[in-house]
Every structure is written in structure tokens, then in C-alpha cells.
Design a protein around this ligand. Structure first.
Ligand code: GYE
Length: 342
């Protein structure tokens, strides 16, 4: 009897040891879901993309860029998660990508802080993280492989320099200039950079006063709401700096509702960021908007290039900025539009 019991115990131990050696780990319930969808015989590079949301025209163009680039015919299988402007959704998406054992994670972080723990988890799982568009503030920079996006501070400086030149041309460079800013999502790289860049120029102009800055969260409805508040609180606003086009469209509505006008022939100077859709150009052509600092949403081909390099075991640049320029109402915008994808 005793020998038989011992035999059973040894068998159990053997089974456990063999399982351990085979490296088989317990499958999480929702792991490898995409595998059912992948046709047999295909060896795709599986990429999980944690997108911010769908708050703006820029964001839609950016999502379209990823969906067009990371396609099966290009050798990719894309898992796309819309974070709906919430960091906790993005963290959940990354954890899900880790469970699904993707090859790469692309993160467009809504805000800069609060990523250390989940990026540690990705590193522990051996999955490279590529940041696209916005960036992160982490204690250990090696928690992500690289970042590709816009130089947001420079965008803010270009807007500030443009305003100084414009006021000079209008003979208003000695006048007191009263400014309000519609900021993007607070603590996002795009907001922090644009605000800081514009400030760099503001501080050189003693006659410019920043009356108030408030976030419109990069959406048209909040842009309109905050602009209506600004107009109730401050009289004689000379300039609106709006950190994206959708807030600008909302602000234009609020200005018109208040019985005022904006644009080169109007009461208020309007400066915007993005230019990622035809609507911003139309607003300039209609004389409601002075200037748009371009922010390029077509980042996916650059991320693709990075992944291909990593696949070949090559080094990649830590930071890669995209090229951008400004457009204003005095330019031949029809000619500009012909060179663009919309
Ligand atoms: O300017 C805005 C979007 O992060 C650059 O996010 C992006 C910004 C863009 O919602 O329209």
C-alpha cells in the first residue's frame, strides 16, 4: 500500500516538473484573442495601439494614419484601443496588450505623468513601447524605446513670433494687447509645450497681458463654453490663442453669438494649432481665423519605419520630430490645399 502511494506521489511530481520544463504558463482568459482572427500560415507583427480618444479632427486623421499603415497587407496585425480621453482606459489597454503578448505597444499618452508602473510591466514582459505624438515624464527614460511627434514648444514659439510680426505690420506693436488662451487637455505634452513656447515670446513683450488661460480639453463644445465665459469676464479681448482647431471652431461660434467678429477684418485676432483638416483652412478663407500652426498627424509611417528597424536589430533615434510650418490668411491657401491630402 505504502509503495503504491509513493508511486502516485512520484508520478504527480514528475508531471509537475515536466509541465514546468515545457515553459507552459497558464493562459489568461482573454489572452491571444486576436489569434483566432489571424489566418493560418501568416506571421504578422502584432501591434497594440493605445490611442487617446476621438476628441478632434487631428485625432481622427492620426487614427486614420495608423489604420492605413498597420494593415495586414503590410505585415501587421493592429489591435486598436480608444482611451476615450481617460488615462485609466489607456492603462487597461496596455495591460490587455501585455496579456495578449503583442510584439510592440504604441502609446499616445493622454497626460505626461502616471505611467511608470504600467511601462515597468511592459518591460518585464519584454515588449518594446514606442511613444507617438505625446510623451511621458518617467523616472527611468529607458522605460520606452523612443518617441516620435511634434516639437510642441517650438509650435508655441512660432505662434508667438507670428503674433509679434502681425502686430508690427498692423502698427499695433506699442499698443496694450489683451490675450486669452484656450488650453488643451491639462498636463498633455501638446498643452504643456504650446503654453510654454508661447510664454517664451510673451515674456519679451511687456505690452502683452495674458488675461486668463483655461482648458477646453481640445474639444469644440468645451472651447465654445470656455470662450463664452472669457467674453463674459473680460472686455476688449484682442487675441485668442487656441491650442487646437476644434476649440477654435467653438470659440468662433461663441464670439459670433456674443455679437463680435474675429479674423483679419474683425475684432479679435485668432491663432490656432493643428491644420489637420480642411475646416481650419476654410475658416481662414472665410476671414474668421488669422493663423494656424500646423501639427502633423501623419505619424504612423514613421512608427512603421521604427518598427522595421527594430525588427532588423538596428538602432533607432530616441526622439524624432516631424516637420511643420504655419499657414495664415494672407497666403494663397487654395495652392496650399492642393498639396495636402484633404
Ligand atoms: O493638437 C489636438 C488633439 O496631441 C497633438 O491632441 C495632439 C493634440 C492635437 O486633440 O487636436
Amino acid at each position: 500500500m505504502r509503495t503504491k502511494n509513493l508511486y502516485i506521489v512520484w508520478c504527480l511530481i514528475l508531471i509537475l516538473v515536466l509541465e514546468g520544463c515545457s515553459g507552459k504558463k497558464e493562459e489568461p482568459e482573454n489572452a491571444l484573442l486576436y489569434e483566432d482572427e489571424i489566418e493560418e500560415g501568416h506571421d504578422y507583427i502584432v501591434v497594440g495601439f493605445a490611442q487617446v480618444g476621438s476628441e478632434s479632427d487631428w485625432r481622427m486623421a492620426n487614427t486614420a494614419s495608423f489604420q492605413a499603415t498597420f494593415r495586414e497587407e503590410n505585415g501587421y496585425y493592429l489591435l486598436f484601443e480608444d482611451g476615450q480621453q481617460k488615462q485609466e482606459n489607456q492603462i487597461k489597454a496596455i495591460r490587455n496588450f501585455i496579456l495578449q503578448e503583442v510584439d510592440y505597444i504604441i502609446l499616445d499618452p493622454i497626460v505626461e505623468t502616471g505611467w511608470d508602473a504600467v511601462l515597468e510591466e511592459a518591460r518585464a514582459a519584454g515588449i518594446p513601447v514606442i511613444l507617438s505624438d505625446r510623451s511621458v515624464e518617467v523616472s527611468d527614460e529607458t522605460l520606452y524605446t523612443c518617441w516620435v511627434g511634434s516639437d510642441f514648444e517650438e509650435e508655441g514659439r512660432v505662434a508667438g513670433r507670428w503674433l509679434a510680426d502681425y502686430l508690427k505690420k498692423e502698427g499695433r506693436d506699442e499698443e496694450e494687447i489683451r490675450i486669452v488662451t484656450l488650453q488643451g487637455t491639462l498636463d498633455s505634452s501638446a498643452q504643456l509645450g504650446r503654453t510654454k513656447g508661447f510664454d517664451d515670446i510673451l515674456k519679451n513683450h511687456g505690452n502683452w497681458t495674458m488675461l486668463e488661460r483655461r482648458s477646453g480639453d481640445f474639444t469644440q463644445s468645451k472651447g465654445q463654453e470656455v470662450m463664452a465665459d472669457f467674453l463674459r469676464t473680460h472686455s476688449d479681448i484682442d487675441v485668442v490663442i487656441s491650442e487646437n482647431d476644434n476649440m477654435t471652431f467653438g470659440a468662433i461660434e461663441a464670439i459670433e453669438k456674443a455679437g463680435l467678429t474675429c479674423g483679419p477684418e474683425g475684432d479679435i485676432i485668432m491663432i490656432s494649432f493643428d491644420g489637420a483638416s480642411r475646416a481650419a483652412f476654410t475658416a481662414m478663407q472665410e476671414g474668421k481665423l488669422h493663423m494656424v500652426m500646423e501639427c502633423n498627424p501623419l505619424l504612423a509611417p514613421l512608427v512603421d519605419e521604427i518598427i522595421q528597424k527594430l525588427e532588423r536589430g538596428e538602432e533607432v533615434e530616441r526622439i524624432r520630430y516631424v516637420e511643420e510650418q504655419y499657414f495664415d490668411a494672407s497666403m494663397d491657401l487654395e495652392a496650399v490645399l492642393e498639396t495636402r491630402g484633404y
